[in-house]
Design a protein around this ligand. Structure first.
Ligand code: NAD
Length: 348
């Protein structure tokens, strides 16, 4: 019997990870710890809330006392840490909130795990989920590898870089068994509609402008969220302690090209004339410190653990669009604040 703490499991990626672990590992006890910030939504994991190996814990990783008590009570064997403030634009408005959750919150988890595990690390693992944004910006050529020096440019990526360094330092200093993964941009069902793909799907449905930063030439690698969850499962079980793995979709897109494909798919799905949704594209003032290009070399996880994405971008986008079109209540709830009422009813 393994007791695993997954943090941030009511968020976008975390909900897919929690579901995968609850369903695939019935002998594990999965604890989902989430503060239910604006980005956390229990509707994301409603289908598994009654599973016998699943427990939801509402709590804040910045609360040191609470985290220590939780570890003392539950004696976890493993931690998969996803809870974070995750939106770059919000980090520009309020950097300190990102330091509190992403740096201090991670420190609280590291300290609690160290206290519980020190002296007997056998069978224990601290898995820190991070981003490729810690590596900074690439020019037109090259890929981020696991040895690319950190060079974060936004308060979000600086806070994630800091937390990555602390995790590694706890491995070096105290011997804490850790793994870190740095992943490219995810997309898929349950993505909060402040991020590019769900925001644009929502705006196309509602005939609202599609705000494209700068000239639209910013380039990102995109990975379907369920393929990220598979990679996390694999690294958690088979990754080597004290190692970092890059995860990516082998799937680079300029923002403007991606938006045009999305518009075309949405036109088809909504029965609109091809080209109609693209008329909503509006170029807006650039984000400060905007990184030109991220691209991941995911060959280490591919060759060492045999992981590769299972769907093409076209397949993943279609699944994603269908999900949003079939779950407009979810979209309306997260955009209207009605979700708070749901939570009160379920858990108060
Ligand atoms: P998200 O914003 O959708 O979810 C974050 C979750 O963490 C939410 O459920 C929120 O309620 C919870 N949370 C926030 N602050 C908390 C706190 N103080 N205590 C407890 N819970 C708290 O984020 P996401 O996109 O699912 O990202 C998850 C993780 O993956 C993050 O660590 C992020 O840095 C990393 N990541 C994301 C991407 C991506 O494209 N979304 C790519 C690579 C890595």
């Amino acid at each position: 019997m393994k007791k695993i703490l997954i943090t941030g499991g009511a968020g976008f990626i975390g909900s897919h990870v929690v579901r995968r672990f609850v369903k695939n590992y019935p002998s594990y006890q999965i604890f989902n710890l989430d503060a239910l910030t604006y980005a956390g939504n229990l509707e994301n994991i409603k289908d598994i809330e009654k599973e016998p190996n699943y427990t939801f814990v509402k709590g804040d990783i910045t609360d040191e006392h609470f985290i220590n008590e939780l570890f003392i009570q539950q004696q976890f064997d493993g931690v998969i840490h996803l809870a974070a403030e995750s939106h770059v634009d919000r980090s520009i408005e309020d950097p300190l909130a990102f330091v509190k959750t992403n740096v201090i919150g991670t420190m609280n988890l590291l300290n609690a795990a160290k206290k519980q595990w020190l002296g007997n690390f056998e069978g224990k693992r601290f898995y820190h989920v991070s981003t490729d944004e810690v590596y900074g910006s690439l020019g037109a050529e090259g890929l981020f590898t696991e040895t690319t020096p950190y060079d974060p440019n936004s308060p979000y990526s600086a806070s994630k870089a800091s937390s990555d360094h602390f995790v590694r330092a706890y491995g070096e200093t105290y011997g804490l068994p850790y793994v870190i993964t740095n992943c490219s941009n995810n997309y898929g069902p349950n993505h909060f509609p402040e991020k590019l793909i769900p925001l644009f799907i929502n705006n196309i449905i509602n005939n609202k402008p599609l705000p494209v930063y700068g000239d639209g030439n910013y380039t990102r690698d995109w990975l379907f969220v369920k393929d990220h969850a598979v990679a996390i499962d694999l690294v958690f079980h088979d990754g080597k302690n004290h190692e970092t793995y890059n995860i990516g979709g082998f799937n680079e897109w300029k923002n403007i090209d991606l938006v045009k494909v999305l518009c075309q798919l949405m036109d088809q799905k909504l029965g609109r004339t091809i080209g109609e949704s693209a008329q909503l594209i509006t170029y807006v003032k650039d984000r400060p410190g905007h990184d030109l290009r991220y691209a991941i070399d995911a060959s280490k996880i591919n060759t060492q653990l045999g992981w590769k994405p299972s769907v093409t971008f076209e397949e993943g986008l279609e699944i994603t669009i269908d999900w949003y079109l079939n779950n407009q209540d979810w979209l309306n709830n997260v955009t209207s604040g009605a979700y708070a009422t749901y939570y009160e009813k379920q858990y108060s």
